[in-house]
Design a binder for this molecule. Structure first.
Ligand SMILES: *Cc1c(COP(=O)(O)O)cnc(C)c1O
Length: 390
C-alpha cells in the first residue's frame, strides 16, 4: 500500500504529543531537548502561555476574513515591524518560500515600474536556499532540489558567497538586484562576512540595483539582533521573513522600503490566507516576547555560552568535529563522520538537532533556551560522541 501521507520526507519515528519550553514529549513518555525548534521556527519555545492564550482568544473571535477587508491585527503587526526596522511597509504571507517569491516579484516590479524593463536578473549565491516553489528553486543553488522539476523560471545568476569580485563580474545591464541570506542555514550554516554584506550594499547603491535579504531563518531574533543584517550596520531594500515570526504558527512577511514597495499596487500581488487575523495575532504575541526589553541581550549572552560549550566539544572530539559555524542561535558543527550518524546518536542521548549541507549538524534552539539547558545539550552531544567512538 502507498502511504496515505505522502512520503516526501524521511521522518524520525518520534510522534510528539506535547511540548513545553525547550522540551518535547512522545506518546510513550520519552522527553527530548529540542535544539531544532521545528527548523528554527518555534522561536519562543513550545506552548508559550502568551502565544497559546492569544491564539485561543483570537480563534474564538475571528480567524479569517480575506484581504478584501481591513485587518487590525495585520495593521498593528506591520506598524510594529516598521517601527523596529529599515522598512516602510509590510506584505504578509504564509511561508518562507512565499515571502521570497513576494520579494523577487517586488524587486522586478520596482525596476519595471521605473522604466528599467530589461533589469530582471537576480544575483544569488552558491549554497543558497530560498524555498521549494519553482521561483525559489531557481533562486536557490541546490541542483538536486530542482531535479525533475524543470523548467524553472530563468533570470538567476549564482556566484560564490563572500566573493566580491565574482559579484561585480556578474552585474550587467540586465541585473535587477542581489538576494542573499546573512547566514546560509540549509546550505551548511555558512555566514556571509560582515564586510561582504557591507560591500553588497555599496555595490547595489553604485549600480542603482536592489539588495534583497532572505532573513527567513536569521530574522526575528535568531542571531541576537531582531534582524541579522543589523550586525553589519546596513539596510536592505527588501527582506523576506518567516519561520520564527509566528513562533510555530504559519506566517511570512516581506518588509520593504517605500521606494521598492510602492510599485506593488492593488491587484499586482495577492494571497487569500496571508496576514489573516489569527496569524497576525500570533505574530504580535511572538513580537511581545522577543521585543521585550532585555530579551535579545539574553539571546546574545546565552548564544555565546552555547558557542563556548560547542568549541569545547570540538576540542574534546577532534575525530568527530573540526569547526563551529554560524552565529547567535544559528550554529553548526562541521562533522568528520556522517552527520546523520551523529544526529541519530544525539537523538539517542535525548537531543534533537537538524541537518545542513556540507555535512554540518545544525543547532537552532528556541530563543528562550537558558545557559543551563545549553550545558545539558552539550553534555548530550558529548555522550553521543563517546557512544559513537566506542
Ligand atoms: C526555510 C527557509 C525558506 C523556506 O521557507 P518555507 O517556509 O519552508 O517555505 C527560505 N529561505 C530560508 C533562508 C529558509 O531557511
Amino acid at each position: 500500500m502507498f502511504p496515505a501521507l505522502l512520503p516526501n520526507f524521511v521522518r524520525a519515528d518520534l510522534p510528539f504529543t506535547h511540548g513545553e519550553g525547550v522540551f518535547l514529549w512522545t506518546e510513550d513518555g520519552r522527553k527530548y531537548l529540542d535544539f531544532g525548534a521545528g527548523i528554527a521556527t518555534s522561536s519562543i519555545g513550545h506552548a508559550h502561555p502568551h502565544l497559546v492564550d492569544t491564539i485561543a482568544r483570537q480563534a474564538s473571535q475571528l480567524m479569517h476574513v480575506s484581504n478584501l477587508y481591513r485587518i487590525p491585527q495585520a495593521e498593528r503587526l506591520a506598524q510594529r515591524l516598521v517601527d523596529r526596522s529599515f522598512a516602510d511597509s509590510v506584505f504578509f504571507c504564509n511561508s518562507g518560500a512565499e515571502a521570497n517569491e513576494g520579494m523577487i516579484k517586488m524587486m522586478r516590479k520596482a525596476m519595471a515600474s521605473t522604466g528599467r524593463l530589461e533589469r530582471t536578473r537576480l544575483i544569488c549565491f552558491e549554497g543558497a536556499f530560498h524555498g521549494r516553489t519553482l521561483g525559489t528553486l531557481a533562486a536557490g543553488s541546490n541542483a538536486k532540489y530542482r531535479e525533475g522539476f524543470g523548467p524553472v523560471p530563468g533570470g538567476f545568476d549564482h556566484v560564490p558567497l563572500n566573493n566580491m569580485n565574482a559579484v561585480r563580474d556578474a552585474i550587467g545591464p540586465e541585473t535587477c538586484g542581489i538576494i542573499v541570506e546573512p547566514i546560509q542555514g540549509d546550505g551548511g550554516v555558512r555566514r556571509a562576512d560582515i564586510r561582504f554584506l557591507q560591500d553588497l550594499r555599496a555595490v547595489c547603491d553604485e549600480y542603482g540595483i536592489l539588495l534583497g535579504l532572505d532573513e527567513v531563518q536569521t530574522g526575528m531574533g535568531r542571531t541576537g539582533k531582531l534582524f541579522a543584517h543589523e550586525w553589519a550596520g546596513i539596510e536592505p531594500d527588501v527582506m523576506a521573513l518567516a519561520k520564527g515570526i509566528g513562533g510555530g504558527f504559519p506566517l511570512g512577511a516581506v518588509l520593504a522600503k517605500g521606494a521598492t514597495a510602492r510599485h506593488l499596487t492593488p491587484g499586482t500581488h495577492g494571497t487569500t490566507y496571508g496576514g489573516n487575523p489569527l496569524a497576525c495575532a500570533a505574530g504580535n504575541a511572538v513580537l511581545d516576547v522577543i521585543g521585550a526589553p532585555g530579551f535579545l541581550d539574553r539571546v546574545v549572552h546565552t548564544a555565546q555560552h552555547l558557542r563556548q560549550g560547542l568549541e569545547a566539544i570540538v576540542a574534546k572530539h577532534p575525530a568527530v568535529f573540526d569547526e563551529v559555524r554560524g552565529y547567535g542561535m544559528l550554529l553548526g558543527l562541521h562533522c568528520l563522520r556522517p552527520q546523520a550518524d551523529i544526529q541519530a546518536a544525539c537523538s539517542q542521548a535525548g537531543l534533537l538537532t537538524l541537518p545542513a549541507s556540507e555535512n554540518v549538524l545544525r543547532l537552532t534552539p528556541p530563543l528562550i533556551v537558558t545557559p543551563d539547558q545549553c550545558d545539558q545539550a552539550c553534555g548530550m552531544i558529548d555522550s553521543a560522541c563517546l557512544a559513537m567512538c566506542q
